[in-house]
Design a protein around this ligand. Sequence first.
Ligand SMILES: Nc1ncnc2c1ncn2[C@@H]1O[C@H](COP(=O)(O)OP(=O)(O)OP(=O)(O)O)[C@@H](O)[C@H]1O
Length: 264
Amino acid sequence: MTALRLREVTAGYGKRPAVRDVTATVDGGGWFAIVGPNGAGKSTLLKAIAGLVGFQGSIAVHDREFSALSRRQRARELGYAPQDPLLPTGLTVTDYVLLGRTPHLGTLARESRADLSIVDDTLGRLDLRGLAARRLGTLSGGELQRAVLARVLAQRTRLLLLDEPTTGLDIGHAQALLDRLDRLRREDGTTVVTTLHDLTFAAQYADTLLLLDDGEVVASGPPGEVLTAERLRRHYAADVEILTTATGHPVVAPVRGQSAADPR
Ligand SMILES: Nc1ncnc2c1ncn2[C@@H]1O[C@H](COP(=O)(O)OP(=O)(O)OP(=O)(O)O)[C@@H](O)[C@H]1O
């Protein structure tokens, strides 16, 4: 099944769209990473898919035209975690994660035992049970990041849109978080769409990369095809070598002192 279909999506804020004519298909259960240099339009594209930025073109989620759905229906179809969410610092981790159940609550808006059980299960999956009673304002950056992911996972949607989910995480925590997402994908068939700055991580986890530059798609396909030294020089002004892990995944290795942006 197709989880997400974008047809000629153009989106932005003012007269000049930040994203232009993006066409892409994401298979159910896949991992699709949107990559590109700063300001390329990655976050804008995710926001358009999440219904937070106006767009032209067509966005279909699980074969339903997204603009035809109500806010509540959208929140049941996809979970979105922004890069810098506004966090209610006084809320406990449990109460914050419970917010993820809002689209599923009945008319009386009271959480059921099933909702609480989902929250507890999600806290367990993200090793957050020990922090359940802590207020968000007292957490470290990495702990907060996990709490944000927990809120989205508690929404229990088949499609996740995550904007830079590893920002501020050390390499071990970043890997653990991406591994958890990967397990979710394999066990529950969840579809994952992320923006990721770390191209080596993107190549490890995603099956498809979409490379944006200046709002336009400049390459898409399997990581091994998209990530070439030539492309990274052209679109990131970066001097890199592409190495390969024992498992055959590309590794993007910067080469010292040879930045293409350096006037020399
Ligand atoms: N709210 C806004 N109003 C006006 N312009 C915006 C707004 N948000 C982003 N932009 C502009 O849209 C363009 C794309 O920004 P976007 O945040 O989508 O890029 P990005 O690829 O996610 O960048 P980064 O890697 O730096 O996070 C940029 O030129 C940015 O300045």
